[in-house]
Ligand binder design. Structure first.
Ligand code: PLP
Length: 452
């Protein structure tokens, strides 16, 4: 296994060692029997046996407006009939121009430039290459280290995957690990026993400050962070953490890149969450998934005018950012995204804000089950974390197949869950009603009870 980098700071002493577990293969979760889906409608999907299931994870945190949305299907068809493709290298299209303007108007501060990609990994990859490029053209060729966190997930391309903080994402793979430093996950549930939240927040910030001091600010190019670590188990950081990490970045000329691939486009009740939910203005925001509600592969990076000014002033005569994807700013994806934005702003965001408390409270009830160590979350994303016992809260001695067994029971009862070893992550389509939330929580309760 690769280490997390030569000078990755040590985790707090009482933090348990991370889990090491390979991804289950499709076969291991019984794809042939349960994994084959034949249709979807609203918050439901239908499996190969005709069984209707609540889509608990909304696919992969992405089917935000729900399945079988006719307006999105029409937008896709209409754009395919109008202009099915254009080269993003030499031309542009009406939907991509309109989407760029719409996103610039909604992004925080001066994040008014956008580079469209094909998904989340390519968005993060683009952001990191932009950082490398910018520091090269302004002569800061040593300023390239990338800082991420344990428990983070940023994608499966080379640089993006190197930032991932789950050991299984690095095992068996070569990565750009020597360019990456990883900080402790801001996971309150796993903070050292007896440590207050305020002290934990201080610890996390001081850990970053110490890293900057040890490496030198002129060697660190970017800090990349999901505002809420999603695949790491819906880790909601301590209250002031993101603002303080952002301030440290600003003081040290380190780009703060918010990876909003999951948190943007409604999951937390706003288009972009960094500022609206956490009060932070990043230098770049990466997005994907919910931007098209998963109907078309599209992602992108919002880039600040400040950053562009740095590039403009450096004005290197030979420098060209030679980076582009055949399907960047695909006109069909952009047309779908525009319609999706209209749907989100036409009532879905308000709905999310209206039902989020109910969603969190309904799932919180599951803490009554002895197997459940914690239920946590924000907006319409939550995680139910199972533990071996509630005194140690230690997941390590627990049967690591527990998530899969909960998934199997829930499937029988009518709910698709996303098992992550000892955790079930819930992030349903944003259109879910209060009654459907109750039904979802009830099935999950029964599925876990059957697993004990
Ligand atoms: N960033 C985050 C926060 C993600 O959750 C994901 C995917 O789950 C990615 C990046 C990678 O996105 P994609 O799978 O579209 O490449």
């Amino acid at each position: 296994a690769l280490s997390d980098g030569p000078s990755a700071p040590a985790a707090p002493a009482s933090q348990p060692a991370p889990l090491v577990q390979p991804w289950p293969t499709a076969g291991a979760i019984g794809a042939e029997e349960r994994g084959l889906l034949q249709s979807g409608d609203g918050i439901y999907v239908v499996d190969a046996h005709g069984r209707q299931l609540i889509d608990g994870p909304a696919g992969m945190w992405c089917v935000n407006v729900g399945h079988r949305n006719a307006a999105l299907a029409d937008a896709m068809r209409d754009q395919a009939m109008a202009l099915s493709y254009n080269s993003p290298w030499y031309t542009t299209s009406q939907p991509s121009d309109a989407l760029a303007e719409a996103l610039a108007a909604r992004a925080p501060g001066d994040l008014n430039h956008v580079f469209f990609t094909t998904g989340g990994s390519s968005a993060v990859e683009t952001a990191l290459r932009l950082m490398q490029f910018a520091n090269n053209v302004r002569g800061r060729t040593e300023k390239k280290l990338m800082v991420s966190r344990q428990g983070g997930y940023h994608g499966s391309t080379y640089l993006a995957a190197s930032l991932n903080g789950r050991p299984r994402d690095q095992d068996w793979m070569d990565g750009a690990g020597s360019l990456v430093r990883k900080l402790t996950s801001p996971d309150p549930f796993r903070r050292p026993a007896g440590m207050s939240m305020a002290a934990f927040e201080d610890f996390l910030v001081e850990e970053f400050r110490a890293l900057i001091a040890a490496e030198g600010a002129d060697r660190i190019g970017a800090f990349v962070a999901e505002p809420i670590q999603a695949s790491g188990g819906v880790i909601v950081p301590p209250e002031g953490y993101l603002k303080r990490m952002r301030a440290l970045c600003a003081e040290n000329d380190i780009l703060f890149i918010a990876d909003e691939v999951v948190t943007a486009f409604g999951r937390l009740g706003s288009i972009f969450a960094s500022q609206d939910v956490f009060g932070v203005e990043p230098d770049m925001i990466t997005f994907a998934k919910g931007v098209t509600s998963g109907y078309f592969p599209l992602g992108g990076v919002m880039v600040s005018a400040r950053f562009f000014e740095v590039l403009r002033q450096s004005n290197h005569p030979d420098a060209m950012f030679a980076h582009g994807l055949t399907y960047s700013s695909h006109p069909i994806g952009c047309a779908v995204a525009l319609k999706n934005l209209e749907l989100l702003e036409g009532g879905i965001l308000d709905h999310v804000n209206a039902v989020s408390d109910h969603f969190q409270q309904s799932l919180k009830r599951l803490e009554a089950l002895p197997l459940v160590g914690e239920v946590r979350g924000k907006g319409l994303m939550a995680c139910v974390e199972c533990v071996a016992d509630r005194v140690s809260n230690n997941p390590l001695t627990l049967d690591l197949e527990v998530g899969k067994r909960i998934d199997a029971h829930c499937h029988e009862l009518g709910l698709l869950v996303r098992p992550l070893i000892n955790m079930c992550v819930m992030s349903p389509p944003l259109t879910i009603t209060r009654e459907q939330i109750d039904e979802m929580a009830d099935i999950l309760y029964r599925g876990i009870a059957m697993t004990m």
